[in-house]
Design a protein around this ligand. Sequence first.
Ligand code: NAD
Ligand code: 89Y
Length: 344
Amino acid sequence: MLQGALIGCGFFATNHLNAWRDIAAGDGTARIVALCDTNAERLAEVAAAFGIARTYRDAAEMLAKESLDFVDICTTAPSHRALVELAAARKVPVICQKPLAPTVEDARAIVAACDRAGIPLMVHENFRWQSPLVAVRDILASGRIGRPFWGQVSFRSGFDVYAGQPYLARGKRFIVEDLGVHVLDVARFLFGDVESLTARLARVKADIAGEDVATMLLGHTDGVTSVVDCSYASRLPEELFPQTLVAVDASEGSLRLAAGYALTVRDRDGRVETRDLSPPLLSWASRPWHNVQESVLLIQKHWVESLRAGTEPATSGRDNLKTFALVEAAYESAATGATVRPEA
Ligand code: NAD
Ligand code: 89Y
């Protein structure tokens, strides 16, 4: 059984820990043996909730004292580089939450540190592991609707994300860095790498520092044009948080993943299929987060499989630099009004 440690016991970490507990109780391939948080109160609370006795307030001390097969970093971006570098110095494989870093320099340094140490790095870029989005990807790969030429990946909500994650209201960069990074990654997952990006951003909510609306036009290298749009300022008749909607028009058919995980496919024979792709509600999950929570379990299982097989995880640091480049390109395009060629 692989022995891991988790750093950062905040808002999102309980999802990681519940998923690790499922893995330990399931095929028993991995478990968390130690926890670290600089906040003593939070550390004690989470350690008690998950029955993890070995706790540390200093990551360097934990890495020195524990014998670990991997470390799972679930802190916010400003601390990622220093924490990954500590793990790399001890040659401990790393999972790091998104966004990988606050700057492209830090993101590249993180990937370089792991490369130099010869350790795997997976970015916890979990949206592409949501089961409805995996199903969409499988249909595209099957050729049932032919060759996609247009797509839309859309996340529009008015959910109060600031209550659980107050730091989101304070950053100069908000929706593209925090949520757009997922939605842009899904666009790459479905339609491939990107050669051009044009973006317009807006701030609608008055008392936040960053942008809460983003509309992006992507030119993918094999010809697809996609629109990626995100909003936390949308007051819709039905609140859809945290659903990602997808539309694809292709040479022989089309596909829509609509509200409520309702899939409709018109295939090359003109047949129309409708399917309910609602994700399961795991025992520890709660609506409306359950699709995200399922994807946390799936990405962590993927990490364990990759680590055991010695293969590169789908959202490795190297891969994630390409998604990171789209985030940077979006801010640059919005600032300059120009179409930008993303640079991984
Ligand atoms: P949070 O602020 O609630 O928790 C972070 C915790 O890390 C805090 O308890 C803090 O004390 C601790 N910490 C900070 N620096 C540390 C250090 N150097 N050593 C040890 N502990 C340290 O943040 P959160 O909302 O849980 O978010 C964590 C990360 O998860 C963010 O990067 C966020 O973007 C990401 N996130 C991802 C998803 C997803 O679906 N993938 C969803 C929500 C949040
Ligand atoms: O932090 C964000 C994420 O990764 O998924 C949704 C979120 O919690 C708020 O935008």
